[in-house]
Design a protein around this ligand. Structure first.
Ligand code: ADP
Length: 783
């Protein structure tokens, strides 16, 4: 990893280094005095404690020595065989030294001779043999010794001294019990600081003397403590400086222990002192260290800051000033009076700024001059460039125009080429079309030639474009005289007539007959029809001249025959009618019912025959133009009522209801009364005939200012759609009508139409198969 040095200003860097070094020095110097001082303090404390312990031990030793010594001195006063005297000596000894509370004299055999105690008196029998005891044997061998520690009934510790008696001839020994309480006072008085504790252990490590006697009574063994072990086992002095000399005592306090062995007794004296007490002097040293460190640190800090401010203030000023000068303010001058190198540097900067200013002014002047020159040159260049650009633009324009012209020319050439190819194609197409037309024309001409009818064709402008041979013959005219001319421009009565017919028709299909002059009195039926192209455009007109002379002659003959036959039939039919009437009315005698019914049927058949004959006669008259009308003013409403009345019998037979709402005002017309009645009869008859039994027939009448409108509506079988256009033709009968009503002539509507039209009226109908029909006619009102 690369250690990155943070970016810091020079002043801060120096301040940082100063602080680090200052603090390091401070810490080092302090530690140099602190550490030895600390260890010395510790040693001093331990030494002091040890000194006191040594003194205590010395006192304890002296105490024991003193007691032993006094016993030995006592032994010198004892005499063999002088028992009472010896007893007296013992008593005095005990009174003098209260710390001994029992003293015994043992003879050379080991038997107790005298036993004196402070608390009781022993009689002869209470004296025992102590030959086996170790003390006695050792003392008899000449060794003075001190026993282990014992405790009496009051739990007071004591030791037994045994010393030989040299003044006896045969040797003997004194044993004396010594209370240790006196020695304990010596030990308790040993103090190092207020909380120290001195105690004594015996050669087994048992606590035998302690400021707290209850602990002693507990018979505690302290041989586990390291210092105790060192003293009683190794007879070593414990100086408190080893690690194991510090331990937690029974109160849980960390203590520092020193100790010395009590040589003669094999015991040990130990002084414990709480560590914090022993080292209390250390705390003040550490506090001193911290204070010195803090004060030293603060002064380093402030001095450092002052130093940096003093050293780097002018430098910052210098830096700021150079920035201002660097930014172009050449009049700015640095004012630093430190009297050192920084001031010199500032002066040098000021001088440099002055020189710069001069150079700048000079340069500016130069630049200005040069700018002027350059500007002049640039203007010149600009003008030249402008001229060049203008010329370029003009050239560009010319070039563009040329290119455009070239493109146009190329396009025109392409177009011309395309047009040429298209023309060629068209020419080819035209040629093909022409050929096809030629073929068509030949075909048409062949057809036309083979036609028996004459044919003239006019184009859309009315010019004759085609005429066949038959037409030439019929019109007695030459093809060349008529082609590419209008009909109006051509001479001849028939052509004139045809022209009139065409003008009248205005594009519809029409037939008209004209009579040709001449000996043979030919009759032509002229049909004209518009020729409509695929695009529904009128292409022209075709005129067909059909020779109907022969048909007309045959028709006339037929009509004449019908007239004659009808006339001839009418007379016998009338005779039969009246004869039958006479018989039926009983004028010729009574007839039976059966006879009457049969004759009635015959009468009705005869009636139908009469009607048929009348119809036929009327038709023949119409066709021959002999149907004569006699017009008079009549009341139309009364005529309608009269006609209805004449129907009642046949209506009753079929149980049909005829409804007629009589208008309030009367309607007058100029008409042939009988013929109008005939027309109305025919319409009403049909309505009844073609309605089912029990049906309704409604007759209505209305009028406006000009015309009346009459209608007959039924709810009968109606007329099939495909037959509707033939309904007014002669002899036509609907196929559904033939199935239901076998009788009928198919002449009624033909007649009615003729009659109404001859009165200047119109006739029409509305019908739907199996729903019913309504027949209407209108007639002009009388003025
Ligand atoms: P006819 O009634 O004697 O047959 P018409 O000339 O009166 O002759 O009628 C011609 C035909 O028109 C009839 O045969 C019938 O088919 C049809 N027709 C006329 N009137 C009606 C009507 N009201 N309802 C249905 N069909 C009719």
């Amino acid at each position: 990893m690369i250690l990155r040095i943070p970016k810091l200003k020079l002043g801060n860097k120096i301040a940082l280094i100063y602080f680090v070094l200052g603090f390091a020095t401070l810490i080092a110097v302090n530690f140099i005095w602190l550490l030895p001082s600390l260890s010395e303090t510790k040693i001093n404390a331990a030494n002091l404690q040890l000194e006191i312990a040594k003194r205590g031990a010395q006192e304890a030793n002296s105490f024991i020595d003193y007691k032993l010594d006094s016993l030995q001195k006592l032994s010198f006063f004892l005499r063999s065989e002088e028992t009472e005297k010896n007893r007296e000596t013992f008593n005095r000894f005990l009174q003098k030294d209260q710390s001994f509370f029992e003293i015994t004299l043992i003879d050379e055999t080991g038997k107790e001779q005298i036993k004196v105690s402070q608390f009781e008196i022993f009689t002869e029998p209470e004296l025992i043999d102590r030959r086996e005891e170790e003390y006695f044997q050792k003392a008899l061998a000449g060794v003075s010794l001190v026993s282990q520690v014992f405790f009496n009934e009051k739990a007071e510790p004591y030791v037994i001294f045994a010393i030989p008696i040299f003044s006896f001839q045969k040797r003997g020994a004194i044993t004396a019990k010594l209370k240790l309480s006196e020695m304990w006072q010596i030990v308790s008085a040993l103090k190092v600081g207020p909380e120290s504790r001195a105690f004594v252990v015996d050669d087994e490590g048992k606590l035998i003397a302690d400021p707290n006697p209850s602990l002693v009574l507990k018979n505690i063994n302290l041989s586990d403590l390291a210092p105790v072990r060192k003293i009683i086992e190794n007879k070593q002095i414990v100086d408190g400086l080893a690690g194991e000399d510090r331990y937690l005592n029974d109160q849980g306090r960390s203590v520092l222990a020193v100790g010395v062995p009590l040589q003669k007794l094999g015991w040990g004296l130990i002084i414990e002192r709480p560590e914090e007490d022993a080292y209390s002097a250390l705390g003040s040293k550490i506090t001193a260290f911290i204070l010195i460190f803090l004060l030293g640190g603060l002064s380093i800090f402030f001095v450092g800051r002052l130093l940096v401010a003093y050293l780097f203030g002018p430098m910052k000023k210098l830096g700021d000033g150079t920035k201002i000068i660097g930014a172009g303010n050449l009049d700015y001058r640095l004012n630093i009076r430190t009297g050192d190198e920084i001031e010199e540097l500032a002066e040098a900067f000021n001088e440099m700024a002055g020189q710069l200013k001069d150079s700048y002014v000079y340069l500016e002047r130069k630049v200005e001059e040069r700018t002027k020159e350059l500007k002049a040159q640039r203007d010149q260049l600009g003008q030249s460039a402008k001229k060049l650009i203008d010329r370029d633009i003009v050239l560009g324009e010319v070039r563009k125009q040329q290119e455009k012209a070239l493109i146009d020319a190329t396009e025109a050439r392409h177009k011309a080429e395309e047009a040429r190819i298209a023309s060629l194609n068209i020419l080819e197409d035209i040629e093909e079309a022409r050929k096809a037309q030629e073929v068509e024309k030949n075909k048409i001409e062949a057809v036309l030639r083979s036609l028996t009818d004459g044919l003239i064709m006019l184009d859309q402008f009315g010019w004759v474009s085609l005429i066949n041979v038959e037409a030439e013959l019929m019109l007695n005219i030459k093809k060349e005289d008529i082609l590419s001319k209008r009909l109006g421009e051509i001479e001849g009565p028939i052509i004139k007539k045809i022209d009139e017919i065409l003008k009248m028709e205005e594009g519809g299909v029409e037939k008209e007959e004209i009579q040709l002059g001449g000996a043979d009195e030919r009759i032509l039926e002229i049909s004209t029809a518009p020729v409509i192209g695929i695009d529904k455009k009128m292409l022209g007109q075709v005129i067909i001249l059909h020779d109907v002379t022969r048909e007309k002659a045959v028709e006339k003959m037929k009509s004449e025959f019908v007239t004659i036959a009808a006339h001839q039939l009418r007379t016998p039919l009338s005779a039969v009618k009246w004869t039958l009437r006479l018989i039926l009315d009983g004028d010729l005698g009574l007839i039976s019912k059966e006879q009457s019914e049969t004759l009635q049927k015959g009468y009705q058949s005869n009636e139908r025959m009469i009607r048929l004959v009348n119809d036929l006669l009327n038709i023949a008259r119409i066709e021959e133009g002999r149907f004569i009308y006699g017009f008079s003013k009549i009341s139309f409403v009364a005529l309608v009522e009269e006609t209805i009345d004449s129907f009642q019998s046949s209506v009753n037979m079929k149980n049909i209801k005829i409804k007629f709402e009589r208008p309030k005002i009367d309607i007058e017309i100029l008409a042939d009364r009988e013929k109008i009645k005939l027309a109305m009869q025919n319409l009403m008859e049909n309505a009844v005939n073609y309605s089912p039994a029990g049906g309704d027939v409604t007759i209505s009448l209305g009028c406006d200012k000009m015309n009346l409108t009459f209608s007959v509506a039924d709810k009968g079988m109606g007329i099939p759609k495909k037959q509707q256009e033939r309904i007014f033709t002669k002899f036509f009968r609907g196929e559904n009508a033939v199935r239901v009503e076998t009788e009928g002539t198919g002449l009624g509507l033909f007649l009615a139409k003729n009659i109404i039209e001859k009165h200047g009226g119109k006739i029409w109908f509305e019908t739907e198969e199996n729903k019913g029909s309504t027949f209407y006619f209108s007639l002009p009102l009388a003025k």
